[in-house]
Design a protein around this ligand. Structure first.
Ligand SMILES: Nc1nc2c(c(=O)[nH]1)N[C@H]1C(S)=C(S)[C@@H](COP(=O)(O)OP(=O)(O)OC[C@H]3O[C@@H](n4cnc5c(=O)[nH]c(N)nc54)[C@H](O)[C@@H]3O)O[C@H]1N2
Ligand SMILES: Nc1nc2c(c(=O)[nH]1)N[C@H]1C(S)=C(S)[C@@H](COP(=O)(O)OP(=O)(O)OC[C@H]3O[C@@H](n4cnc5c(=O)[nH]c(N)nc54)[C@H](O)[C@@H]3O)O[C@H]1N2
Ligand code: SF4
Ligand SMILES: [Mo]
Length: 739
């Protein structure tokens, strides 16, 4: 018998609602859920392959433990006992701070990843915390932190209402959007043009998104910050600055004017490789549009001036009065955000409260750069990492210089990975604890609802029963129990109970909380009788901006209400709410924060350097997701190939016909070329997440089409200094024919 069930797709940031078909206890198909309040039936090829991914025979079903050097299947009891014993030994000998934690991308897509890693870090008391953020969006956090006082005050383009959208360094037709959660991003861009709006794409490659645009500017990689500064310059130069409703809430406008003085379009044109007149025109059009939003992603972020670029994206939004207004760049309001409190000045945002041991990188959001993980493991001395916990990450492929990390991981005293696959990173672990596939996991988007272009709340219960193993919430809870000294056999519910008690104590003591003054026991007793993660979700929903305030607002949200709405609850378009968001000490937007001002001379200097030769950028494939979807036959192959894209004229000039030798600052590799007239001259691209030929892994399909690891070209010494983010785009490389 075939049944269907609903499940939010966890495979990218678009959070589409899927209708899964189930027969004989397995997922057999997936289509878009037409009634989903957020995605309205949209699905992409990855979502359509949900069944294949869920059923991948190479997914681990039982834990692996290293015995005599070999990873061997074992029972959950033994696996946890080994973690308790070996991690316990390291903690006893070297202390919790000697344990490193690496958190990968899928933590943004699971309930467990949202709720438990912070508890592990706290229990360890470690500062050795690393994540994919410093290979991704950390510059955005830093820019937001300095401007608005909160590093998670995400500014999201109001796609459904904007009249003019500038996409800089993003390719949402392929990525389906990032830091802007929008199901059917492609459809929304088409709708924008259909209603008479305009789309401008700034990207060195003529991407699918660029092909859809009214205008495409193709700058030299790494030069967005200068280009954005030139837009800012033009706004001042031509009298186009109009703060509108923001007028009383912005500090530093004159300071920005002064900084932009050196970045006239005519000054930066050669460096950026874009005509000065094109930049001026863009500035004029953004200013003239009834509403406009500038939206930047990976191409503005993982670059030399990532934080300056991310800052200037919002400087343009502010100067043209487009921040926090419909059609501009707005602040979403998630159902699990704290209920809004009366505006009050905050403490502001700081980085560098401590520094990494080996290279002295400043801490950012309590993290050390992922690019520094290897050196923190392989450099002896006080504070060296002795054990490592990885959760949902594959830094051997995702971070610079995986070869060094490969060697470093072998030198650890103990490593445990929570991951469904035996891959390039987890093959170094002493214990692998595999979480169940998505069909057996509940879903709620704790992280991505903060980024949604339309406020909404949706919950998916597990579609299939657990196949005789703990879910990921339980796996992480048991590790927490080990670290608390309770032992892995303890009740995992204790972990959530502790969080609930602490949170409710704080809330009831806060005069501005919707539950101010009420007894904690009364509130606790009202929570859903359910596993701990559900009780926490129920609590957060009820304390949240749309919540029932534990009965005080009878129509408000609870987990039970959410469960009763299987296609989700629409919470309306984004609303202006700057005053709620601001947490700067002045209570105003800081348009010219000191740390950013201090980094501008570095950019000014860069304008003077004349660089020849090729610049390497990345690219993503529709049927892929970083390093971990190359093992599904339905997704591998086709255009999803690890090739070096190069402009045909460039290839001809250097006599390239098939295989190229690519030499970067950190190494060299061979890659088949793909002639691509859409590449800017002098720019080549390679996708990341490939290089599945390291051996000892358990992904058969992926290892048959290994590809090469682009991050081996990078030694990881080059970071955006304000955010610690690795420079992954705009890397100088030499290209020559092989042989
Ligand atoms: N050159 C270059 N490098 C890049 C980038 C680039 O553009 N260019 N992009 C960077 C970006 S944006 C990112 S986000 C990083 C990603 O960096 P990582 O997060 O380190 O790498 P992923 O390939 O996403 O690995 C995800 C891991 O999670 C596992 N996994 C999948 N589902 C689950 C689950 O439900 N639970 C658990 N516990 N594990 C799960 C997978 O098996 C895999 O091992 O890569 C970065 N690296
Ligand atoms: N299908 C698919 N979807 C994904 C992923 C995937 O691997 N595959 N990964 C997911 C993840 S982890 C993330 S973070 C998001 C990323 O989402 P996006 O940022 O939308 O995805 P990218 O394809 O990396 O787009 C970056 C664009 O920047 C351009 N670029 C490179 N250098 C520069 C530069 O210096 N300036 C400018 N202006 N542009 C530049 C590149 O050509 C590329 O088109 O996608 C997510 N979704
Ligand atoms: S766009 Fe993203 S969320 Fe939607 S079906 Fe595709 S992978 Fe899943
Ligand atoms: Mo990412």
């Amino acid at each position: 018998m075939t049944q269907t069930a609903l499940r939010i797709c966890p495979l990218c940031e678009a959070t589409c609602g899927l209708t899964l078909t189930i027969s004989d206890g397995r997922i057999t198909g997936a289509r878009g859920d037409r009634d989903d309040v957020f995605s309205r039936g949209f699905i992409c090829p990855k979502g359509a392959s949900f069944a294949e991914l869920d059923n991948d025979p190479d997914r681990l079903t039982r834990p692996l433990v290293r015995r005599n050097g070999e990873l061997t299947q074992t029972s959950w009891e033994e696996a946890f006992a080994t973690v308790a014993d070996r991690l316990g030994t390291v903690v006893a000998e070297h202390g919790g701070p000697s344990v490193g934690v690496y958190l990968g991308n899928p933590n943004a897509h699971t309930i467990a990843g949202a709720l438990y890693p912070p508890l592990l870090v706290r229990a360890l008391g470690t500062r050795q915390v690393y994540s994919a953020s410093t290979l991704d969006q950390m510059p955005k956090h830093v820019a937001l932190g300095h401007m608005f006082g909160s590093p998670v005050a995400f500014t999201v383009p109001d796609l459904d209402r904007t009249d003019y959208l500038v996409v800089i360094g993003a390719n949402p037709l392929v990525s389906n959007g990032s830091l802007a959660t929008a199901a059917d991003f492609p459809g929304k861009l088409r709708a924008l043009r259909k209603r008479g709006g305009r789309l401008v794409v700034i990207d060195p490659a003529r991407t699918r998104t660029a092909e859809l645009a009214d205008r495409h500017l193709a700058p030299r990689p790494g030069t967005d910050a200068a280009l954005l500064f030139a837009i800012v310059h033009t706004l001042f130069d031509e009298g186009l600055v109009a703060l509108g409703a923001l007028a009383g809430s912005v500090n530093g406008v004159e300071a920005v004017r002064a900084l932009a003085a050196d970045f006239a379009p005519e000054t930066v044109a050669t460096y950026c490789g874009v005509d000065a007149e094109d930049i001026r025109r863009l500035a004029r059009e953004i200013a003239a549009a009834p509403s406009a939003a500038v939206y930047g992603r990976i191409g503005t972020s993982t670059v030399e001036f990532g934080t300056i670029g991310s800052w200037l994206v919002d400087v343009v939004n502010v100067l043209t009065g487009n921040l926090d207004r419909p059609g501009g760049a707005m602040f979403p309001l998630s159902a699990v955000a704290p209920a809004p409190r009366p505006p009050k000045p905050g403490r502001g945002f700081r980085t560098g409260r401590w520094h990494s041991r080996v290279s002295g990188h400043p801490e950012v959001l309590s993290e050390i750069p992922a690019a520094a993980l290897a050196e923190e493991i392989d450099t002896p001395g006080d504070g060296q990492i002795k054990a490592l916990i990885t959760i949902a990450g594959n830094p051997v492929l995702s971070a610079p210089d995986g070869d060094r990390l490969d060697r470093a991981l072998d030198g650890l005293g103990f490593m445990v990975s929570i991951d469904p696959y035996l891959n390039e990173t987890t093959r170094h672990a002493d214990v692998i604890l595999p979480p169940p596939p998505p069909s057996q996991s509940a879903h709620f988007d704790f992280a991505l609802n903060n980024l949604a272009v339309r406020n909404n709340a949706r919950y998916s219960p597990p579609v299939l029963p657990l196949d005789d193993r703990p879910d990921e919430a339980e796996i992480l809870s048991r590790i927490a129990l080990i670290l608390y000294g309770v032992g892995a056999e303890g009740d995992p519910g204790l972990v959530d109970q502790q969080v609930i008690a602490t949170t409710l104590a704080k809330e009831t003591a806060d005069p501005h909380s919707p539950v101010a003054g009420r007894p904690v026991e009364e509130l606790t007793a009202m929570l859903e009788e359910a596993p701990g993660y559900q009780r926490r979700l129920d609590m957060m929903l009820r304390l949240g901006p749309y919540g029932d305030a534990f009965g005080a607002k009878p129509d408000g949200l609870t987990l039970a209400r959410l469960k009763a709405a299987p296609h989700g609850i629409d919470l309306g378009p984004m609303q202006p709410r700057l005053a709620q968001v601001l947490r700067t000490p002045t209570g105003r937007i800081e348009l010219a924060p000191e740390p950013l001002i201090a980094d501008v001379p570095r950019l000014r200097e860069a304008l003077r350097v004349r660089a020849d030769g090729f610049l390497l950028i990345g690219r993503r494939h529709l049927r892929s997701n970083n390093s971990w979807m190359h093992n599904v036959p339905a997704l591998a192959g086709g255009t999803n190939r690890c090739t070096l894209r190069i402009h045909p004229d460039d290839a001809e000039e250097i006599g390239l016909t098939d295989i190229a030798v690519v030499k970067g600052p950190g190494g060299e590799l061979l890659a088949p070329i793909e002639l691509a007239p859409g590449m800017r001259r002098g720019v080549v691209s390679l996708p990341h997440g490939w290089g599945h030929d390291r051996g000892g892994t358990g992904q058969k399909v992926a290892s048959e089409q290994a590809g090469v690891n682009v991050n081996q070209l990078n030694d990881g010494s080059h970071l955006d200094p304000l955010s610690g983010t690795a420079v992954l785009n705009g890397i100088p490389v030499d290209i020559a024919p092989a042989g």
